[in-house]
Design a protein around this ligand. Sequence first.
Ligand code: BGC
Length: 758
Amino acid sequence: MRRTLLLLVTLFSLLHIAAQTPDAKMKTFVAGLMSKMTLDEKIGQLNLVTPGWGVPTGSVVSKGVEDNIRKGRVGGLFGIFGPDKVRQAQTLAMNESRLKIPLIFGLDVIHGHKTIFPIPLGLSCSWDTALIERSARIAATEASADGLCWVFSPMVDIARDARWGRIAEGSGEDPYLGSKIARAMVKGYQGTDLTKDNTVMACVKHFALYGAAESGRDYNTTDMSRIRMYNEYLPPYKAAVDAGVGSVMSSFNEIDGIPATGNRWLLTNLLRTQWGFKGFVVSDYTSVNEMIAHGMGDLQAVSAQALNAGLDMDMVGEGFLTTLQKSLKAGTVTTKQIDDACRRILEAKYRLGLFDDPFRYVNDTRPGKEILTAENRQAAREIAARSMVLLKNDRQVLPLKKSGTIALIGPLANNHTEMLGTWAVSGDNTKSITIQQGIQNVSGNSVSIVYAKGANITDDSAFAKRISPFAKPTEIDARHPDDMIHEAIDVAAKADAVVVVVGEAAEMSGESASRTDLDLPGSQRKLVEALIKTGKPLVVVLLNGRPLALPWLQEGASAILEAWFAGTEAGNAIADVLFGNYNPSGKLTTSFPRNVGQVPIYYNHKNTGRPFEGGDPKFKSDYLDVVNEPLYPFGYGLSYSSFSYDTVLLSETTLRPGQSITASVTVTNKGDVAGEETVQLYIRDMVGSVTRPLKELKGFKKIMLKAHEAVKVDFSITENELKFYNSDLKYAAEPGDFKVFIGTNSRDVKEAAFRLVK
Ligand code: BGC
């Protein structure tokens, strides 16, 4: 009788579980597991550790880490990858820890894992969300083939300050485009089913406002009104949350005087209560501990503050691991807070399918079949070509002819080391294609190349050391700089066309790589100026991770191609563009200033009461020594085709709630070659309860036009495109007059007007 009853109860609970929604099943499973966990084991889940770079051979993880895994005091690892190492660490957790809770394995997969794509700033210039999603999909496939299930990407910090080195890692200055890209990347990484062995959990970062660091100096203070946050800086993070991102990384900076990692308003009120985020929040690298230097108290106090704020996982610093028990005793944190954090991390592991199969992402045959494949490299090549921005092309110097002699000059022209750009942690420099190789590959034997280095990236040995934090210092040639320049001029004299490749070393942008000088380093500027003086048509290829201020180059060069750091296939992709195999279509997502004094500079700024145009010649909002406009505006980029825009036509001049207006424009390719154009739609709210930007991007379409083809492009405008956060942080459109602008960039537009009536 008792046995039958027991059987019935078991059957009933099994049926009950089977009838549950997947979410409820997960909750039941996690609650069951947590009921068996000790406090120490729960806190252990909140601990993310890295065995460090250059994992010692022989042992997967350092001694302390191994021991902590055995004791259930590690939730996840980052910084190791490859089936062998991941298997070894996971085996330790599965065989030797009491509850056999699988570890989560993360890594900075930022613009590709081993097949490296252009830096994110470059990728964003494609304005092609399907392409960007594809790059994230490939990155997820490669990362998961290498044992990883969690990537610290996308980085969606809006940045308007070219001094900040991490501008390279994001999508530029615009919240609308930034949000679309955030969504695309989350979709690319996570797919539709996180339990698949080729999808990974994304981690949107750095929450929040990290890109607005004062003076462009990394980790520096941010201070911003709520209204600016909501309208201009928060939308991409929210877009990632709305797209279902599994995790969020808190940022290093403070917000309203409280470091983001310990900021309850940010991590709980905004993220969880207002936005409904259900995943887990991880700190940035030791950002819990760094709250001590911020002046928030000792390690125990700041760890308690972070947990109270809503932080779930502590990256590297082990403040949670070593102090939360004491704080619990002292009553400064609660059991519920520890439970909530632990539950969220276990739920993430559940969502990844790790409880079904902890070795889901460990498969020895996958790396060989799925990493750096010819197909992935081909995708990287195509994506890189689409990320480049043609800034100048006088007298159609480009595309180059596939004949004659090309002088290839510059410290970045034949350089594997710098091709991948910042944050390519598992990329292999030696697998990258240099520009010289690319030109050879694309032009075959029909072009003869003469090469000269011409200059060092920098002549300053102290600077060379600073920009090579992970390797031996950037090489400085033994020759005198003048001799190198002379050699370059001799080489140029022999050629029909001169291509000079200059810019930054990979680590001159990225984390902790802020600059106050946005020019080329002196050595390279001297070289380029000498080449300009020769009077030969000069094609400049720029490799850099931030907007540079180069008015003198715009003046003197015949053509300028902004190639960013284009990744593994850089050289091939650059050559594809230089020879016209691909007609460039990239558009800037960040304004290029004329000099560093204009920074921060961005297109979607407000008016002042004394605008630049008209009025008293003295008392206006301008500079004495430079115009207000950037050198190249947001949305700018040329093509080997040329596009003309007709008048903007509106289907109606009055918009009512629930209705829409169609704004149309006919775009014609006046050129002789087919080309792609990104048609951009901007809106200005003429009168508001708060001041409104002069222009805001509200739509774009990338179209392909055959030579001489004309295409009508339609945009639908609804009340949604007109909404903004007012001073009560209410998101609504206000009735009144609006202008709509359509054009090839944020400066060169045609306009029309309509009115919203409510
Ligand atoms: C960076 C993060 C990165 C983390 C882990 C930090 O220094 O700010 O973007 O994900 O390190 O490598």
